[in-house]
Design a protein around this ligand. Structure first.
Ligand SMILES: Nc1ncnc2c1ncn2[C@@H]1O[C@H](COP(=O)(O)OP(=O)(O)OP(=O)(O)O)[C@@H](O)[C@H]1O
Ligand SMILES: [Mg+2]
Length: 404
């Protein structure tokens, strides 16, 4: 039996999909570290769970893991999928001598300033940026690149506290909101204009084995700026052609430049109107926004399992044929409050229902989410990318969420 520790502060459905994949691997005893242990059917997945006060704290992770090792024997791997967990997880693994991404690499994938320095050092294009410790830093950066700029936390997630800044007043407000200071610097970046995409890999022992990409409609920043927009992610049927060739090459170089050995990666990249590329950011963890699920549908395989095989067994069972285009529309609407009704579902079903492979409708009564992922989603698939795109348009034009 190989003891695999899965760290997840909370048993969210999107997280538990990965825990289940690990638990279902043959010869694995799944152990958990959590603030809140999984309930329901998921409870039985874990042979043992240690609860901690702060599931993101490296010291508590080490102590909990030591307790698990005392009860069950040596630990084979220690894994988790959340973005803010990756550095603590790496530190805990290092302290315990468990193989996996080391803290230096984990930090390069997490700290957007250092990430961009390292990418640029390898000649890979990304937005110009500056670490902002003072008003003078901010003024100097704006003088260099001009407005608009983007201001964000150096290691944020979910596009939270990330703003497009058009003038000095907005710059001041953003830096105040982030409490930017020498101890708590903010990050400023040149504003990239163009279309935004993602690029995913499964990488084993430093070699990229699997590649995938999606297109975002529109950019997550715009979705955050306009709370009525229903965000759409489209995974095109093929990324083998010239449209994606340069971006794929760039993505593979980025993974290698930051030194990842084994895991799933998720990069965001821009294609500017002049055709040039820029890396937005890259994370050493599986993507959110249902992109793993979408890859399962596209390749007719279980991509959660593929992730688990990579991080637990350092193995890749592909290549997987990309058989379908897949789209995900995230449902929401204007207004505030709680979900009152979801309109247009029957009409959308009549038009594109046969393409739908999974959906989760917003639950009446639940508070409006502040995420670009909205309050529910619909996933469709078809061999033809254009059919998927049209279905996405139909869904977001037909379904609307009402709040009160
Ligand atoms: N320099 C930039 N130029 C243009 N847009 C940007 C820039 N930086 C960020 N954005 C926009 O803001 C979004 C969020 O930024 P970023 O990805 O750095 O933050 P994040 O919090 O890690 O996001 P998430 O977790 O949603 O991927 C991006 O997806 C992009 O739409
Ligand atoms: Mg991002």
């Amino acid at each position: 039996m190989r003891n695999v520790v899965f760290v997840a502060p909370f048993p969210l459905e999107t997280t538990m999909r990965f825990a289940r994949a690990v638990g279902q691997l043959p010869g694995v005893r799944l152990l958990g570290i959590a603030q809140e242990a999984a309930g329901g059917d998921d409870r039985a997945l874990f042979a043992d769970v240690v609860t901690v006060r702060d599931g993101l704290d490296a010291r508590q992770l080490v102590e909990a893991a030591q307790l698990l090792a005392k009860r069950h024997g040596g630990l084979h791997r220690m894994v988790g999928i959340l973005e803010p967990l990756q550095v603590s997880l790496a530190e805990a693994r290092q302290a315990l001598g468990i193989p996996g991404t080391n803290p230096v690499t984990a930090d390069l994938f997490r700290d957007k300033g250092r990430m961009k320095d390292e990418l640029r050092r390898h000649g890979l294009p990304c937005a110009r940026h500056a670490v902002i410790r003072s008003w003078a830093d901010a003024e100097a950066f704006v003088k260099q690149v001009g407005f608009p700029v983007v201001v964000k936390p150096p290691a944020g997630m979910g596009s939270k506290s990330t703003w497009r800044i058009e003038n000095v007043d907005e710059l001041g407000a953003a830096l105040r909101a982030l409490h930017a200071s020498p101890e708590r610097p903010a990050l400023a970046e040149e504003f990239l204009r163009g279309r935004e995409f993602s690029f995913e890999t499964i990488t084993i022992d430093g070699r990229v084995q699997f590649e995938s990409a999606t297109r975002y409609y529109p950019t997550p920043l715009e979705v955050m700026e306009k709370p009525w927009i229903q965000w759409v992610v489209v995974l095109p049927r093929t990324i083998d052609g010239p449209d994606y060739a340069d971006a794929r090459a760039l993505g593979v170089k980025a993974v290698t430049a930051l030194g990842l050995e084994t895991g799933m990666t998720h990069m965001e990249w821009f294609r500017r109107d002049d055709g040039s590329l820029a890396i937005g950011e890259i994370a050493a963890r599986p993507p959110g926004a249902n992109i793993v699920r979408m890859n399962s549908f596209a390749h007719d395989t279980d991509m959660y399992r593929a992730w688990a095989r990579a991080v637990v067994d350092s193995a890749y069972d592909g290549p997987y044929e990309r058989k379908y285009a897949v789209g995900c529309a995230f449902l929401r609407g204007g207004g505030r409050g709680r979900v009152r009704a979801v309109h247009g579902v029957d009409a959308a079903n009549a038009r594109v229902g046969k393409l739908v492979v999974e959906s989760k409708l917003p639950a009446p009564g639940s508070p409006k989410s502040d995420s670009y992922e909205g309050d529910g989603y619909v996933i469709v698939r078809d061999p033809d990318t254009e059919v998927v795109k049209q279905a996405m348009t139909t869904i977001i034009e037909t379904i609307s969420v009402e709040y009160a």
